[in-house]
Write a protein that binds this ligand. Structure first.
Ligand SMILES: NC(=O)c1ccc[n+]([C@@H]2O[C@H](COP(=O)([O-])OP(=O)(O)OC[C@H]3O[C@@H](n4cnc5c(N)ncnc54)[C@H](O)[C@@H]3O)[C@@H](O)[C@H]2O)c1
Length: 327
């Protein structure tokens, strides 16, 4: 297939691009590099440095695209509460422009990076796709709006749409000469921040709130390896069906408190990780744990690295070699 990958210079989009190319697809990456990295771009993919707001320049009817995988977004839930307009403009307005371009060009299928944040504070755990969607932060709201637009697009215009709702993505893709890992700047995700502390690149790790109704008072999250997550996108492309909008959660179904994650980072790295308790962050749900039963049943998806230890070990390996330059 000829595929457009938006956000293909980012953490997850770069891993999916690598797997698509290895599977024999032709890939064009649309990424304006606002948070992505030029080094993460696959050399065999064509790179167009433009915003998703201008996707129609690339997605012309003549270009003959068979599908779009849409990763480009702003992703910091905390920032989405203090600068919400940036999130609505990029994540929602930008995605609607992309969907307009998909329709105008007659592209038949689209896979979208949705998020566990659409569920807000869940009433049932693990969370199925049918759970109430009531985001507690702007980031989740901007993504839920796109999920809803995709449902309309499937019904109204026959798009084959799939939303994949990721829980916390971590680890790194290490395969042959390829090493693709997490490098957000500023980093807002727990595992890479804990690794920075373990590597003496940061003094201490802040735990945002220790008075949540969880076993040790810190937030509980479900971690998924980026390679397992990426593989689900190739399965979703195949399963996409005209005039249907399918929605799948992707997680391992195991919840870990922030303190438990820090303990695993200490164990894997062999370094101390000093922590400091800070106030809760606005909009953080107490607990997010996925039921990915539907992805397993419908897509035949099976995670290969489901343990937190394996996820942290790969993230540390990438961090050591590619961020610190150590063997
Ligand atoms: N990382 C996670 O744990 C997680 C969890 C749930 C959902 N997601 C979703 O997965 C997707 C990818 O996340 P990531 O961690 O790889 O983020 P990332 O920041 O590493 O990658 C995002 C990429 O999109 C590009 N981009 C952003 N806005 C753009 C625009 N307007 N036009 C063109 N390019 C633009 C950036 O330059 C970057 O390369 C996002 O949609 C995010 O919401 C991520």
């Amino acid at each position: 297939m000829k595929l457009l990958v938006t956000g293909g210079a980012g953490f997850i989009g770069s891993v999916v691009t690598r797997m698509l190319l290895d599977a024999g697809h032709e890939v064009v990456v649309l990424d304006d590099l606002r948070t992505g990295h030029r080094e993460a771009l696959a050399p065999e993919a064509t790179h167009v440095a433009a915003s998703i707001h201008d996707a129609a320049r690339v997605l012309t009817p003549q270009a003959g695209f068979d599908g779009v995988l849409h990763f480009a977004a702003l992703i910091a839930a905390g920032e989405s509460m203090t600068a919400p307009e940036k999130y609505w403009h990029t994540n929602t307005v930008g995605s609607l422009a992309l969907i307009d371009a998909v329709r105008a060009a007659g592209v038949p299928r689209m896979v979208f990076s949705s998020t566990a944040a659409v569920y807000g504070n869940p009433v049932e755990l693990p969370i199925p796709e049918t759970a109430v969607q009531a985001p507690t932060n702007t980031y989740g709201a901007t993504k839920l709006a796109v999920d809803m637009a995709l449902t309309s697009e499937a019904v109204g215009h026959g798009l084959a749409a799939v939303s994949l709702r990721y829980f916390n993505v971590a680890g790194a893709y290490l395969h042959g000469d390829t090493a693709l890992g997490e490098r957000h700047d500023p980093e807002t995700h727990l595992i890479p921040i804990a690794l920075e502390v373990a590597a003496d690149q940061r003094d201490k790790l802040q735990l945002f709130g220790d008075d949540y109704p969880t076993p040790d008072g810190t937030c509980v999250r479900d971690y998924i390896h980026v390679a397992d997550l990426a593989r689900a996108h190739l399965l979703a492309l195949d399963a996409a069906t005209a005039a249907q909008h399918r929605v799948y959660n992707l997680g391992n179904g195991n919840g870990f408190t922030n303190r438990q994650v820090v303990d695993v980072v200490r164990e894997v790295t062999g370094h101390p990780v000093p922590v400091e308790v800070a106030p809760r962050r606005e909009g953080d749900p107490a607990e997010l744990v996925a039921s990915a039963a539907l992805a397993r049943a419908d897509l035949g998806w099976e995670p290969r690295k489901p343990t937190l230890h394996a996820i942290v070990a790969d993230a540390w390996s990438f961090y050591r070699t590619h961020r610190l330059g150590r063997p």
